[in-house]
Design a binder for this molecule. Structure first.
Ligand code: SF4
Length: 178
């Protein structure tokens, strides 16, 4: 069981529109403009809504449609930054971006482990899965510091090794970059 309830689905209303601000885009088939990291996308309105939301693909922003933070955006906004907003403190953009990049990887790993839970696991495998979830979801709330110090590459390696060990259940397993 995940030790603390975690929402792995995005809830944009509870997020400070982080994905529309903190990431850099290159004008390409996925994004209609060049945008530097921490520059506010010109399509974002003052209420943190996308002005072209229903037409993003049509207008060349298919990358926005494809992106999924797996619930990391709202968690960084609410849990790590306690509801603060970069509009009131512009210096937060960079800090929130750094936190989001780690939190998203953590949520991606939790999502993979949640999928693995559907397999008919042995008692040992279930225990290992629980242990990995605990590593990714400690009891204490995340802070900027705990995210900065989190050994994400090492934990990603452990999750990948565990998923590879389950290949007999699903054929080729999905793993993520370390
Ligand atoms: S186009 Fe819309 S969804 Fe994409 S980054 Fe800009 S404001 Fe956000």
């Amino acid at each position: 069981m995940i030790s603390r309830e975690v929402d792995l689905a995005p809830e944009c209303e509870s997020c400070a529109a982080l994905c529309c601000v903190v990431f850099a885009f290159d004008k390409s088939g996925s994004f209609g403009i060049d945008k530097a990291a921490c520059e506010v996308c010109p399509n974002l309105d003052e209420h943190d809504r996308c002005r072209i939301f229903d037409k993003r693909s049509e207008l060349g922003f298919g990358g926005c449609v494809a992106y999924d933070c797996h619930g990391a955006g709202q968690r960084v906004t609410r849990e790590v930054f306690k509801g603060k907003h970069w509009r009131n403190e512009p210096a937060l953009k960079e800090r929130m971006g750094e936190a989001l990049s780690i939190m998203r990887r953590i949520h991606e790993l939790l999502l993979l482990l949640a999928s693995a839970r559907r397999f008919p696991l042995s008692i040992e495998e279930r225990q290992r899965l629980d242990d990995l979830e605990d590593l990714l979801n400690p009891e204490a709330e995340w802070t900027e510091k705990t995210l900065q110090n989190y050994p994400i590459a090492e934990v990603t390696g452990q999750v990948n090794a565990f998923l590879r060990s389950l290949r007999r259940h699903a054929g080729p397993s999905s793993t993520v970059r370390t």
